[in-house]
Design a protein around this ligand. Structure first.
Ligand SMILES: [Zn+2]
Length: 366
């Protein structure tokens, strides 16, 4: 299979390619159906495929579309891997089984949203909701500026945001906006008030397909931060799990692409709350867990921010004209998926390398 053929132009097509790839490889699919229809009326699901020996004590999870629209990237990686005979043979010889989680947030993937149907950023939703939730006072100040009454925003709005960035710095602006908030259910980077459908489906998939394995590795695929086409490998375990961070750095940190951490400021991402990556600690407690997220760069950060604001505004104003709505959706997709052969080749080659490095740090397992 050519790399470009593994990628799709809609969720429906991506799902079809994924299910076909699994069938061609003789693998069984477990589907967790989502209650709502997709953009084109299609069924939505988290689809799970396991490739490898049933008793393998090393399991590598590869997941896509935590942030719906980012699934265009992750799905392509998964579909290509299922067709990649050399890769599959290497994993089998190394005693590594693979578990593909296709479209953890299928609603967002299909409807070109980063968030779930509950308007929740899934990677801020893994909180204990019986406890007091964190307060993001900086976001509270920014909320009316980020989502003003009118769109496109006027010069005064742009000046107010520029003033904020000038006064606090770009990093503080990024942290305020993206680290997560639990106060504005219609806002950006909202973590929710309860576990979302995707949260519960992921937990169930982990219990049913990953619990009991001795060594669990996880590569969660994301887009939208960093230089275009570059995949930053970021530690995706609990802060304080120093042994896991050391393993992640030993396996996946290589010269020009070190494993970054949200805890020490080395990541392109701001510190985050309520991470999805905590789920295996709950659902697979007997496993040794080692996880990274790969964040593939797309567009300059401010362009991505504008696309997120515009699409969120559109969602809050459903009476918006069709042309403006289509533009906002296209801009959001472009912000999280670069539809060029060069970008897709870079994505697949970096993801494939990381998948082969799991458990050993070596690319050639044979
Ligand atoms: Zn993401």
């Amino acid at each position: 299979m050519q790399v470009v053929d593994a990628f799709s132009s809609s969720y429906r097509q991506a799902r079809e390619k994924f299910l076909n790839a699994a069938a061609n490889a003789g693998l069984t699919v477990t589907s967790y159906p989502h209650p709502l229809p997709g953009r084109d009326g299609e069924a939505l699901a988290l689809d799970v495929v396991r490739d490898g020996a049933a008793d393998a004590d090393k399991l590598l999870i590869v997941s896509s579309a935590c942030h719906g629209v980012e699934g265009y990237c992750g799905s392509g990686v998964q579909v290509f891997a299922l067709h990649d005979e050399a890769f599959r043979a290497q994993c089998a010889a190394a005693g590594v089984a693979l578990l593909y989680l296709h479209a953890i947030n299928p609603y967002g993937f299909s409807h070109t949203r980063r968030v779930t149907h509950e308007n929740v950023d899934l990677n801020r939703n893994f909180q204990d909701f019986s406890q007091t939730l964190p307060v993001n006072e900086a976001y509270r100040k920014l909320h009316p500026l980020l989502l003003p009454d009118k769109w496109p925003p006027g010069a005064l709005n742009a000046a107010a945001l520029a003033w904020y960035v000038a006064g606090h710095g770009m990093r503080a602006f990024q942290t305020a906006m993206t680290s997560g908030q639990y106060e504005f259910a219609d806002g950006l980077f909202y973590g929710g008030s309860a576990p979302t459908w995707s949260n519960l489906a992921l937990r169930r998939a982990l219990r049913e397909h990953a619990a009991g394995v001795r060594q669990l590795a996880w590569i969660d695929l994301h887009t939208g931060l960093g230089p275009c086409g570059h995949g930053e490998r970021g530690f995706a375990g609990k802060s304080g799990d120093h042994a896991a961070l050391a393993r992640a750095r030993a396996w996946w940190g290589r010269g020009a692409t070190p494993v970054t951490s949200l805890d020490d400021g080395s990541s392109v991402s701001a510190p985050l709350r309520g991470l999805m990556w905590f789920a295996p600690y709950d659902e697979c407690p007997q496993s040794e867990i080692t996880a990274i997220a790969i964040e593939f760069g797309t567009q300059p950060a401010l362009k991505v921010v504008q696309a997120l604001r515009a699409e969120q505004w559109l969602n809050l104003h459903p009476q918006t004209g069709a042309i403006q709505a289509a533009q906002a959706k296209k801009a959001l997709r472009d912000a999280f998926y670069v539809d060029t052969a060069d970008w897709k080749e870079k994505v697949v080659s970096q993801a494939r390398e990381a998948m082969l490095q799991a458990f050993t740090g070596r690319v050639s397992a044979l």
